[in-house]
Design a protein around this ligand. Structure first.
Ligand code: FPP
Length: 260
C-alpha cells in the first residue's frame, strides 16, 4: 500500500516536473524541425534475449509517444529515419517486418494522429516499397493533408546520397532542356530539388543508442544543425529525453559561421 502511494507520488512529481519544463521551453525559441535517427531497437531486444523485431515493435510505440509529445511542445516538423536505402541488406524477415511497421502504426494510430492535427508526410523512394507499405503511407498522407499541426515526416527507403544524385539529375535535365543555365545553379536551387524542398532544414538532430555517425541521413540539410547524441536505446527514449535534447539546443549559441 505504502509502496503504491510512493510510486503514485513519484509519478505525479515527474509529470508536474515535465509540465514545468515544457512551459519553460516554450518561453524560448524551440527547434522548429527535429530529425531523429532512431537507433538501438535491435540491441534493446538482444539485451533482453528477444527477437530483434520485438525491438522494432517497441520502437514503433516510442514513435507514437514522441510524436504526441513533440506536437504538444510545439515542434513544427519531426523527421524520423525509419528505413534507409542501405537497410535492404538486412535479413529478409527483418526487412519484411520493418515494411509492415508503417502499416501497423498507421492502421492503429491514424485516427489518433488525425485527432491531434498531425500531418503525415514521407521522404524517400516510393518505387521499391511493397504495395501494402505504399498504400498505408498514401492513405495517411491523404487523410492528414489538411491538418496543420506537427508534420510527422517518415524517411522511408531514404538515403541522402541517393537524394542528392536525383537532385543533380533533375537539375542537369533542366539545363539540357534550356530551362536553366549553369549560372542559375546555386544552393537554393539544389535545396529546391531535394525531397525536403518544402521543409526548413532540421534545427536539431538526435541519434539514440550511442552511435556517433550520420548513416547517410540528410547530409545536405544538416549543414548547420545542432547535434545531440544519447546512449539511450530508441525503445527507452521518452519525453524526458526529448526535453533534455530541446533544453540542450536552447542553451547553444548558433552562429551559422558568423559571430554571435
Ligand atoms: C536502426 O537499427 C533502426 C531501424 C533500421 C528501424 C527503425 C524503425 C523504427 C524505430 C520503427 C519505425 C516505426 C514506424 C512507424 C515506421 P537498429 O535499431 O536495428 O539498430 P541496432 O541493431 O544497432 O540496435
Amino acid at each position: 500500500m505504502i509502496g503504491k502511494l510512493i510510486r503514485k507520488k513519484q509519478h505525479t512529481t515527474k509529470r508536474n516536473d515535465l509540465a514545468r519544463r515544457i512551459e519553460m521551453a516554450q518561453m524560448e525559441s524551440r527547434p522548429a524541425h527535429i530529425s531523429i535517427i532512431m537507433d538501438g531497437n535491435g540491441w534493446w531486444a538482444t539485451k533482453k534475449a528477444l527477437p530483434r523485431v520485438v525491438g522494432h515493435y517497441e520502437g514503433m510505440k516510442t514513435v507514437r509517444k514522441i510524436t504526441k509529445f513533440a506536437n504538444k511542445v510545439g515542434i513544427k516538423v519531426l523527421t524520423l529515419y525509419a528505413f534507409s536505402t542501405e537497410n535492404w541488406s538486412r535479413p529478409k524477415t527483418e526487412v519484411d517486418y520493418l515494411m509492415r511497421l508503417p502499416v501497423e502504426f498507421l492502421g492503429t494510430y491514424l485516427p489518433e494522429l488525425i485527432e491531434q492535427n498531425v500531418q503525415v508526410q514521407m521522404i524517400g523512394n516510393h518505387d521499391n516499397l511493397p504495395e501494402h507499405t505504399k498504400y498505408a503511407i498514401k492513405k495517411a498522407v491523404e487523410q492528414t493533408s489538411r491538418n496543420n499541426g506537427l508534420i510527422l515526416n517518415f524517411a522511408l527507403n531514404y538515403g541522402s546520397r541517393d537524394e542528392i544524385v536525383q537532385s543533380v539529375q533533375q537539375i542537369v535535365n533542366k539545363a539540357q532542356n534550356g530551362d536553366i543555365t549553369c549560372e542559375d545553379i546555386c544552393e537554393e536551387l539544389v535545396s529546391e530539388h531535394l525531397m525536403t524542398s518544402h521543409l526548413s532544414d532540421p534545427d536539431l538532430l538526435i541519434r539514440t543508442s550511442g552511435e556517433i555517425r550520420l548513416s547517410n541521413f540528410m547530409l545536405w540539410q544538416l549543414a548547420y544543425t545542432e547535434f545531440w547524441f544519447t546512449d539511450m536505446l530508441w525503445p527507452d527514449f521518452d519525453e524526458e529525453c526529448l526535453m533534455d535534447a530541446i533544453e540542450s539546443f536552447q542553451g547553444r549559441n548558433r552562429k551559422f559561421g558568423g559571430l554571435s
